[in-house]
Design a protein around this ligand. Structure first.
Ligand SMILES: [Ca+2]
Ligand SMILES: [Ca+2]
Ligand SMILES: [Ca+2]
Length: 214
């Protein structure tokens, strides 16, 4: 009786082709998986930065706006913007009639951070100054940082303003910066993942009677 060979020639050729394809495609699949994981971390970092900006925007412009809805006085802003402006052509003297004016004569806070009465719950935008949030797992490791500073007000009819922070002064403009930085896989992700900024203006505040944080 004729013995059947272990593999026919056709079977051998097919096997070699399949093995060849596997060796060509496998590295590409692995490469793709790595790219997807990098993209996931980027998206997560971006999402966290956007979420923080939403959270910060939902708070009052200043601690004193948690007490009164006034436009606050500042000590180094553009004088035309001051609520009690003595300028010849004040832009918004007295604010709106009835509310969001400056009848309580409150000043914006020089302190950029949490106040003693906050009990570690941020209720105004600059309470988030120096916030650091960390995501530290095997696959993810990045820091989210928030800084808040007073910047020079935009002068009337001027298209730009200086982003230079003001020290021990208050203005009508707070600049909020959210940065997400990477601690692992810097070569794949870059040292800084996300940087987002926005400015918030001293325009008074709608009083929020109840906010559930926890
Ligand atoms: Ca407070
Ligand atoms: Ca506060
Ligand atoms: Ca504060």
């Amino acid at each position: 009786m004729r013995k059947k060979p272990a593999f026919t020639l056709i079977e051998l050729i097919f096997s070699m082709v399949i093995i060849g394809i596997a060796f060509t495609v496998l590295p590409k699949i692995l490469q793709l998986a790595a790219k997807v994981s990098v993209q996931n971390v980027r998206e997560e970092a971006m999402y966290n930065a956007v979420a923080y900006i939403g959270l910060i925007k939902s708070t009052a412009w200043d601690e004193n706006n948690t007490v009164v809805d006034d436009i606050l006085h500042v000590n180094a802003g553009d004088s035309d913007y001051d609520c009690n402006s003595s300028a010849s052509n004040p832009i918004r003297k007295g604010g709106f009639t009835g509310s969001r004016n400056c009848k309580n004569d409150k000043n914006a806070s020089i302190l950029l951070g949490m106040e003693g009465n906050d009990n570690n719950i941020s209720d105004d935008m600059d309470d988030f100054n120096s916030t650091t949030a960390k995501n530290d797992t095997n696959s993810r490791n990045y820091d989210l940082n928030v800084t808040v500073k007073y910047v020079t007000d935009i002068a009337e009819n001027s298209p730009t303003f200086s982003s230079q922070g003001q020290t021990n002064k208050t203005t009508n403009t707070k600049e909020i910066n959210v940065t997400v930085e990477v601690n692992k896989k810097q070569t794949a992700l870059g040292t800084s993942l996300v940087k987002m900024s926005f400015t918030a203006q001293n325009i008074g505040q709608q009083q929020i009677s109840y906010r559930n944080w926890n």
